[in-house]
Design a protein around this ligand. Sequence first.
Ligand SMILES: O=C(CO)COP(=O)(O)O
Length: 255
Amino acid sequence: MRKPVIAGNWKMHKTVSNALGFVKELKEIQLPSDVETVLCAPFLALPAMVEETRETGIGIGAQNAHYEEQGAFTGEISMPMLQEVGVSYVIIGHSERRTYYNETDESVNKKTKAAHAHGFTPIVCVGEVLEEREKGQTGEVVTSQVKAAFQGLSSQEMKKTIIAYEPVWAIGTGKASTAQDAEEVCSLIRKTVAGLFDQSVADEVRIQYGGSVKPENIASFMEQPDIDGALVGGASLKPDSFAALVKAASAGGNS
Ligand SMILES: O=C(CO)COP(=O)(O)O
């Protein structure tokens, strides 16, 4: 059984005090223990969030990191820096970073390896843009991103990696993929992992859907056999909405 994993990606939202206020409110809500719960926050908020979530079961993640340990990379943050403050997850290859910050399949691969080398759980994002979907290239695009991202990983590293399938046209648009279309791609991703490694690795790896996930539509995604959770932007910014997502992903449902 794969443990469902719900991760909030706050993107460039929340000051340190906003972030702490969120966590304090979230701690007042009883969250199910059968769902892995992660908050990926701006770098500045991470140390305080790690402290505030100790012994809560809530994991804290960064939204990016450099693959080099240190060096002349003005403005960047390295994995050892994140490791020291107690961060456990790192999002890699988000489409916004691929689009605006020149993230490539090659840098995604290097970052994924670096994340494992420092004991993080990477959340590696893949997904097609609208034009690729319209041309019927979704399968081809996503397969090639998966192959490039995980080249050279050990089976153990692959099993620990979380893959987030985020069709770019569904991000922040309010137009989520249908659950069936998302399942089709997530199933293809799992088959691709089986081809790169083996079936037992593919059976363990967790695949999230991301793109306009809300408390109202998350159940339809969680019902799919190859979807093990969600990576959520907008709907993760308020504690009650985020908690509703986590509860809906529990085997107990959202009742
Ligand atoms: O990009 C996303 C999560 O990484 C999805 O964002 P939205 O949930 O706001 O569509």
